[in-house]
Design a protein around this ligand. Structure first.
Ligand code: ZN
Length: 408
């Protein structure tokens, strides 16, 4: 199968813990079996929530019921809902904090760790986030989740609404609202699809890419493209000799906080020592974009990647850092990791909504990106010794602590 064909086959919503995500896992595994290689699906536990009630009602100075979804992982309100004054938490300042005390706070879009921590410290009683872009013709209301590390800071009810409703709350000076939520959390499964191609040494290079998507998105750029890159590399390396062992992991549930790669690292702790490098791919093949490589490692891998790209004539910005993708759990387990992406430029493509569509991608670009990454992996896979320094420098340990919420 051609890369572009597999990309088209994966062109459907693949949300963590759903039947559709499982369908995608089987589709990938079957495509690998058709290549004549073995593929193993490793299941891991996730949760799904079933929302029974989620509403936001404006009580003063006008009355209106607004469509809302409940944050998975948040506590329910009581039956009658939570009726309180509304405040707009525009940014984390002492003034906004004082205004949020004892109230329901509307935050700007996505609720990140910093904002959530500020709300808890300010003693806000509930929160409202929104998604969408007021300038898009259509926005879909997203399900949102208060992830485990945020729950540990404190746990208050929350709902998500659409951007146009959020703007109306501010325009019409909504001052009092009622939030009502009730949901049930149910167990579910997600899968990592794993394929190994043995070499002659006892050292491993592990290549990763997530194949799940967020709700309301077919997630083709983010990140069916990365999954297709792994597939193409397997197709190549199964017939091309490589000295060191290669393992390819199509990760599930990345979009919910790197759950697949975290589960993999946790279940394979004793193997980490033999993994010398993780190469992760998350979003390639965009028509316009800038190529980046982010290495969570010491600087020698950054320099190597930079030199390699220059030698190959491939424009690429190389830096040291923590990339928000499946490379991070590996790096956190001490495995030097490099993530490759072609980040879309302003106005040429978006992710995490219905507008992540195949029309924004380009087959030639995708093949170029794959060819480069494959060259890079081949260089390492045939190294006399894998030269990567297997020690995480202090500045990266610190960044990992911050990213994973262990430090502020
Ligand atoms: Zn992604």
């Amino acid at each position: 199968m051609k890369a572009w064909e597999l990309l088209n086959q994966l062109y459907f919503e693949r949300v963590s813990g759903t039947d559709e995500e499982t369908r995608a896992a089987h589709l990938i595994a079957d495509a690998l079996k058709d290549l004549g290689v073995e593929a193993v699906c490793e299941a891991f536990d996730v949760t799904r929530n079933q929302v029974q009630k989620a509403s936001l009602e404006v009580l003063e100075p006008y009355q209106k019921t607004i469509e809302a979804t409940a944050y998975m992982g948040c506590p329910d309100t009581d039956e009658n809902g939570l009726e309180l004054d509304l405040t707009y938490f525009e940014s984390d300042t002492p003034v906004s904090r004082r205004k949020a005390e004892g109230k329901i706070a509307l935050v700007n879009g996505y609720l990140g760790r910093k904002t959530y921590k500020a709300l808890i410290e300010a003693n806000a009683k509930a929160f409202i986030s929104y998604n969408g872009n007021i300038d898009y013709p259509i926005n879909d209301l997203d399900d949102r989740e208060l992830r485990q590390p945020l729950q540990e800071i404190g746990n208050i009810p929350g709902v998500n609404i659409l951007v146009n409703d959020a703007m109306e709350l501010i325009e019409k000076k909504a001052s009092k609202v009622r939030i009502t939520t009730k949901q049930e959390v149910m167990p579910a499964h997600s899968h990592n699809v794993i394929c190994e191609l043995k070499g002659e040494s006892d050292e491993w290079i592990v290549c990763t890419a997530h194949y799940d998507s967020v709700p309301n998105s077919k997630g083709v750029y983010d990140n069916a493209t990365g999954a297709v890159c792994l597939y193409e590399m397997i197709k190549y390396f199964k017939d091309h000799p490589h000295k060191h062992n290669l393992r390819f992991i199509f990760c599930g549930s990345e979009e919910r906080g790197l759950l697949g790669s975290k589960a993999y690292v946790e279940a394979h702790k004793e193997e980490m020592e033999k993994i010398k490098l993780n190469v992760n791919i998350d979003m390639i093949g965009s028509t316009m974009g800038r190529r980046i490589a982010v290495a969570t490692s010491d600087m020698s891998l950054v320099h190597f990647t930079d030199y390699f790209a220059k030698i190959k004539g491939f424009p690429m910005e190389c830096s040291q850092g923590v990339y928000s993708s499946d490379s991070t759990p590996f790096a956190d387990a001490g495995v030097p990791a490099v993530s490759f992406a072609r980040i879309t430029t302003s106005g040429t493509g978006v992710i995490h909504c219905r507008y992540d569509v195949i029309e924004r991608l380009n087959e030639a670009m995708l093949l170029e990106d794959i060819a480069f990454i494959q060259d890079y992996v081949e260089e390492m896979a045939n190294a006399y010794v894998i030269p990567v320094v297997r020690e995480m420098p202090d500045n990266m340990k610190e960044e990992l602590d911050k990213y994973l919420g262990r430090k502020d």
